[in-house]
Ligand binder design. Structure first.
Ligand code: PMP
Length: 356
């Protein structure tokens, strides 16, 4: 820490991203990336931008917004694109939350919410998930605070139904409800259809997971035009060129190739069910997941130890050092071959430990 750091930043505990190893070739199942390359159209559109890099990108993301409006069935001014969905989440904290407008979110959820709250000086309440790691909808009814909910939740993978989301949005008309749909494509119901009905609803999405574009950094928000205009005030007060031209083009290409995304989604869902089956056969308890990962623990094997042994064996999964979930690991769903490697390595470990 330097002598010059201000008090606000001194207090910050930054978000810890999942490992991006440089030392070895791992079967990488730790950061919920797609195992598939981006759509060929995304690559082709991106390549066409490379010799135009001397020019700033279009701050309005015009072609991307036009295409996304068509794909998601909303108006162009109901959309805002950002540098990953992390950026739109931070914009939402910056625009709508402060000392007088505190926030609530689950005790076990995306680790960036408390970081953004701290960064922006926003008081926050962490509401415990129930004993089955589900969001208890009643806890959020008429809570009178801004709400951030990942649906499906991370790292549990458990999703609320659309009627449950609606009851939360409806009962908090004077507060913002953010539904973070980073993983919705893998089997949950989207709340996008409700943005015309509720002017306090912001849905956030990402191209990082279902669209195989984590490295491009592209996310977006969908909400009524007034909320989007407020978020644009923050965007134009921080970085109007937040989406670079290569990413913008790749995003448009991806949206022009829905067939490819849908095909990959089906494979991931199928691999998820196969993986759950294999893990359950090995004695794991696996939470019901609607995401591209599963959250699993074993009654006779320490979660952190399994994470470490798998890493030594070339398979990277994600362990969180948090009391309530310290026996769990989050495992990204990859290709069938990657998942077979995972279960084979677990079998080898369990055999050498005399567990099977
Ligand atoms: N929300 C959730 C629940 C996530 O797990 C992630 C990925 N770490 C994000 C948002 C942000 O993803 P990105 O910035 O890559 O769009």
């Amino acid at each position: 820490m330097s002598r010059l750091l201000n008090n606000k930043t001194k207090r910050l505990v930054p978000y810890t991203p999942g490992e991006q190893p440089k030392d070895a070739q791992y079967v990488k199942l730790n950061t919920n990336e797609s195992p598939f390359p981006p759509s060929e159209k995304a690559v082709k559109y991106a390549q066409a931008e490379l010799d135009r890099l001397m020019l700033y990108s279009d701050p309005d993301c015009t072609p991307l917004v036009k295409k996304a409006a068509e794909v998601f069935g909303v108006a162009e001014d109901e959309l805002l694109f950002t540098n990953g969905s992390d950026e739109i989440l931070n914009f939402a904290f910056m625009a709508f939350c402060d000392e007088e407008r505190p926030v609530a979110f689950p005790d076990i959820t995306y680790g960036f919410y408390p970081v953004f709250a701290e960064l922006n000086g926003v008081p926050y309440e962490e509401i415990p998930l129930d004993k089955d790691f589900k969001v208890n909808v009643e806890d959020y009814i008429s809570i009178g605070k801004n709400i951030f909910l990942a649906n499906p939740n991370a790292p549990t993978g458990i999703a609320l139904g659309l009627d449950e989301i609606e009851s939360i949005v409806k009962s908090n008309p004077d507060n913002l409800v953010v539904i973070d749909e980073a993983y919705v494509d893998f089997g949950a119901e989207s709340a996008i259809g409700h943005i015309k009905k509720y002017d306090n609803l912001l849905v956030t999405r990402t191209f990082s997971k279902s669209r195989s574009m984590a490295g491009a950094r592209l996310g977006f928000g969908i909400a009524c035009r007034e909320l989007i205009a407020d978020l644009n005030t923050v965007k134009y007060s921080t970085n109007p060129y937040n989406v670079n031209r290569v990413t913008m083009a790749a995003g448009t290409g991806s949206l022009c190739d829905e067939e490819y995304t849908l095909k990959n989604l089906e494979i991931i869902k199928e691999n998820r069910e196969l993986t759950v089956c294999e893990l359950e056969k090995l004695g794991f308890k696996v939470l019901p997941s609607k995401a591209n990962f599963v959250f699993a623990c074993h009654p006779f094997f320490d979660g952190e130890r399994l994470y470490k042994l798998l890493k030594e064996n070339g398979v990277l999964i994600r362990h969180f050092n948090k009391q309530r979930i310290k026996n769990f690991n989050r495992i990204t769903i990859g290709t069938k071959e990657q998942m077979q490697t995972l279960t084979n390595k677990i079998k080898t470990i369990f055999t050498s430990e005399g567990l099977i």
